[in-house]
Design a protein. Structure first.
Length: 149
């Protein structure tokens, strides 16, 4: 889904869009588990995995590895896209999962559930509809002057 008013980050490194969407689907599943169980272990796992992907260590991402296996298993074709929007979304996921972890261990369950809900919406939109909320956030932060390019 393209929006001409969006200003997504670019780094001209091509990745597989369908694999990234599969990762988002796995995040959605883990996020639901975290929501149901209020399990801070799942939040740590998500935080680590988002961190690996945000800091260009995709080769070590368990979700990235599993997504690659699933896309191969289900014969999902490669769809090229720029990596930068997915890295920005992973950085946002790192921040959200870090807040989720901290709020779960400190007993701030309502805040944890609100943050989990936002994470679930973002992962759901990306995985099921191909809508990257990260591009909207990036555009907004750039307009506010928080991001210089």
């Amino acid at each position: 889904m393209a929006d001409n008013n969006l200003d997504c980050p670019v780094d001209f490194i091509i990745i597989d869009e369908n694999r990234a969407r599969m990762v988002a689907f796995l995040v959605l599943i883990l996020g639901i588990i975290c929501w149901v169980q209020l399990n801070w272990g799942v939040a740590i796992f998500l935080m680590v995995d988002f961190g690996l992907r945000a800091f260009k260590l995709n080769a070590y991402s368990p979700l990235g590895f599993l997504a690659g296996k699933l896309t191969t298993l289900f014969h999902i074709k490669n769809k090229p896209t720029d990596r930068a929007p997915k890295r920005f979304a992973a950085l946002m996921g790192l921040i959200f999962s870090g807040i989720i972890f901290l709020t779960l261990v400190t007993g701030l369950l309502t805040i944890a559930q609100i943050m989990l809900f936002i994470l679930l919406v973002c992962a759901g939109l990306e995985s099921l509809l191909g809508i990257c909320i990260g591009c909207y956030v990036y555009t907004y932060l750039k307009k506010l002057g928080f991001i210089k390019q």
